[in-house]
Design a protein. Structure first.
Length: 192
């Protein structure tokens, strides 16, 4: 079964590489993915399981008539799904959480969806905060920035991923908290 999935992935990659102009982008993405895979503290099996869960949740959200048009970010670490983004009402928030909970192998859901709408200014502000935090994480010695996912919604920062120690976790959280414009920081980092 695993061989069949890997074979399918290989075929898809070969098809994508043959597309004109796609080669450098794919090779660059693969290099980042390979680096991330070698620095991630999870086992390969856990990374695959988490990726399958994330894909399953995203697919279910897209196929549901109430949540298909929503921009919901889905992250999974050790079978714990974190939902971030902005939804229009409390019902959409509840539906998204229930969809995630109904996905096979999900242990728990952290529903950090915000009810409301984002103005263009808020989207821009969030992008600036995100960029500043990611840049600071990349520059910080002893922080494996590729193992950390940063989401920003209306100034609220959510950190998801794996760190190697409480010292690294504290560095990451402090970088996010010290970023101008960050209203709050939610720490979903796992020490492994």
């Amino acid at each position: 079964m695993m061989f069949l999935n890997m074979k399918s992935v290989g075929v898809c990659l070969c098809l994508l590489i043959t597309c004109a102009g796609c080669g450098p982008a794919i090779v660059g993405t693969a290099a980042v993915g390979a680096y991330k895979g070698t620095t991630d503290e999870r086992t390969f099996g856990h990374m695959v399981d988490d990726s399958l869960i994330t894909g399953g949740v995203k697919t279910r959200l897209l196929s549901d008539k109430f949540s298909s048009g929503l921009k919901i970010d889905v992250d999974t670490v050790e079978q714990v799904v974190t939902l971030t983004g902005v939804v229009e009402n409390a019902e959409q928030r509840r539906i998204a959480e229930n969809i995630a909970l109904a996905t096979p192998n999900v242990r728990r859901v952290e529903n950090l969806l915000t009810v409301g709408s984002k103005s263009t200014g808020e989207r821009f502000d969030d992008a600036v905060i995100l960029s500043k935090i990611n840049t600071s994480l990349m520059k910080e010695p002893g922080v494996r920035s590729l193992n950390i996912d940063v989401d920003v919604n209306q100034g609220r920062v959510t950190l998801t991923g794996i760190v190697t120690s409480s010292v690294e976790r504290d560095r990451v959280v402090n970088i996010a908290r010290s970023c101008p414009g960050a209203i709050s920081v939610r720490d979903n980092l796992v020490i492994k």
